[in-house]
Design a protein around this ligand. Structure first.
Ligand code: PGA
Length: 249
């Protein structure tokens, strides 16, 4: 895995395969130290996987069983057989709209790991929790599922719920604090070395704010929603990441 990660979460977009192939093709560039992972809806995974050469394809979710009577679900084994290497799990929209609990997410993480796929665990507090100063308490609970992961690196995306699809990202100084908290917590309770965990930031990242987020937030990459659907922006994001990587931090 390369140094920096750029995870592009397309959510339930775009509406046709033609558009999906176009967006993916625009991001399909050779990079030295940035791992670009486009995460389209399931229905486009296979075609996109076949169409690209330089970047990776990830899924936005999956179930925790490998096969069986689970109407509408997609299994980690199916993803493995498609040679998908990454799966976003615990995204706040999954928690909010589909009732995913930490328990369900924990099962999914185990199942994904067994199938040799990297889970990207999303964690983050909502607006009310932030106002009540509960961020660390929320994170402690949400981080539990990764404490026993064997396969390194472990990938965590800090995504404050209020910043996802919003108009302002979290302050870089706060992001840095959260990163240090995740380091300390996973080291203390999971004996995970800092070098074995990649911490990303997500929530209103775009080509204008990414440089500051990366440099001042000191994170290992970003999880981008909206901006990733606009090839000009996503390409710029990749290029900026490449540049940051070239400069010693
Ligand atoms: P956003 O989404 O970049 O549109 O805020 C982030 C995400 O999906 O996690």
């Amino acid at each position: 895995m390369k140094n920096f990660l750029a995870i592009f979460n397309w959510k339930m977009n775009p509406s046709s395969l033609k558009e999906a192939l176009f967006i993916a093709s625009q991001n399909d560039i050779k990079t030295k130290n940035v791992e670009v992972v486009v995460c389209p809806p399931f229905i486009f995974l296979s075609d996109i996987k076949k169409s690209i050469q330089n970047i990776k394809v990830g899924a936005q979710n999956c179930f925790f069983e490998n096969q069986g009577s689970f109407t509408g679900e997609t299994s980690p084994l199916m993803l493995k057989n498609l040679k998908i290497e990454y799966v976003i799990l615990g995204h706040c929209e999954r928690r909010l709209y589909f009732g995913e609990t930490d328990e369900i997410i924990s099962k999914k993480i185990k199942a994904v790991e067994v199938n040799g796929i990297y889970p990207i665990l999303c964690v983050g507090e909502n607006q009310k929790e932030k106002e009540k100063n509960l961020t660390f308490k929320v994170l402690k609970k949400q981080l539990q599922p990764i404490l026993k992961i064997q396969r390194k690196p472990i990938i965590v995306a800090y995504e404050p719920v209020w910043a996802v699809g919003g108009n302002k990202p979290e302050e870089p100084s706060e992001i840095k604090k959260i990163k240090n908290f995740i380091y300390d917590f996973t080291e203390r309770y999971g004996k995970i070395k800092n070098k074995d965990i990649k911490i990303l930031y997500g929530g209103t990242v775009n080509d204008k704010n990414i440089k500051t987020i990366m440099e001042k937030g000191n994170v290992d990459g970003v999880l981008v929603g909206r901006a990733s659907l606009y090839p000009k922006q996503s390409l710029k994001i990749i290029k900026i990441l490449e540049k940051i990587n070239a400069d010693p931090r």
